[in-house]
Design a binder for this molecule. Sequence first.
Ligand SMILES: [Zn+2]
Length: 240
Amino acid sequence: MHYEILALTAAVIGVLEQLSPALSWGFFAHIQRLVAASDTPDSFHRLHMLVKRAPRGYFVCTATVDGLFSRSGFRNDCILECDGSLGRLQCTEGACEQTPWDGAVDYQAVEIDMFSKLATGGFPQCPSCGRMARPNVRLFDDTHWEQSVARRQEETLDSWLRELDPSCNLVILETGVGDYDRFVREKAEAMLMVFPHATLVRMQCGDGGGDARCISLDLSVEECIRDMHLEIGGSRGGSE
Ligand SMILES: [Zn+2]
């Protein structure tokens, strides 16, 4: 999902909590339906084919909120969505103990006036207290984001890393990580500290960071993954 859309979403979350559920839920439901109807990129499928062959498994750490990795076949229990997921909802009442939930059914129930693009009914509500729901995504200085799911996912990632032999040849692939994705970048750099034989491959990035174990490829993510798939997939005779 483009950063510009995220910025707009941040503004809409503010509106949702203060002024207009019709405007904000009209926007969210429209965006989510576009996301659900969109095709997943071939590069994600190729990447999944590559990483699922790793003998000790894989883990995804992503700042995207559109569920693209999950929809491309990556296992849900092997994904850390560090900024949450648009497809998951949370309560807008900070004191409510309801944990985030899958919003697929709630999104379908939202009624949208196709002329005004405003939601006219079916506003998602918290199943515990009945207050208005909102997407479980973190945006900029959003202090109301419910972090329990992301924390649990991060604990799973850290547990997986602890089970790896520190001398293993861990390969860390950074795909399209920008300066604003500090969490993802710092997580990758922390892994380099723990695993002395690790290699960090940065795609679509001209800055290697000065570490000899960091390979920076100034190619698009699509070109990098296509070439890796041809090289590794071809050498193993795999075409899945
Ligand atoms: Zn609630």
